[in-house]
Design a protein around this ligand. Structure first.
Ligand SMILES: Cc1cc2nc3c(=O)[nH]c(=O)nc-3n(C[C@H](O)[C@H](O)[C@H](O)COP(=O)(O)OP(=O)(O)OC[C@H]3O[C@@H](n4cnc5c(N)ncnc54)[C@H](O)[C@@H]3O)c2cc1C
Length: 57
């Protein structure tokens, strides 16, 4: 099995993006939570990075 160190040497560091909130699942619960968070952020004049991860196509 290839170790993390070997993968790093072969392909270099992976690209990474930072978020304040990561929501797993893009069903009604996940999407409404993401929308509500962004609405609250706008209301309070703050920037919130929200990422929704959905396993389905
Ligand atoms: C056959 C059927 C018919 C229904 N009909 C109705 C209806 O007519 N009206 C109604 O109001 N409700 C209906 N419901 C109920 C409704 O579908 C659920 O109440 C609602 O979808 C629940 O939403 P949720 O966001 O909690 O979960 P889900 O809708 O299940 O969303 C969860 C999401 O997370 C994703 N996920 C799971 N694990 C991972 C992972 N590890 N990484 C990334 N993503 C992941 C899934 O792919 C899914 O998209 C029905 C349900 C079924 C099964």
């Amino acid at each position: 099995m290839t170790s993390a160190q070997e993968l790093l040497q072969q392909y270099g560091p992976r690209e990474a993006m930072e978020y304040d909130v990561v929501i797993v699942g893009g069903g009604p619960a996940g999407l409404s939570a993401a929308i509500r968070l962004k609405q609250l952020a706008v209301q309070s004049g703050k920037e919130v990075g929200v990422c929704v991860l959905e396993k389905g196509s």
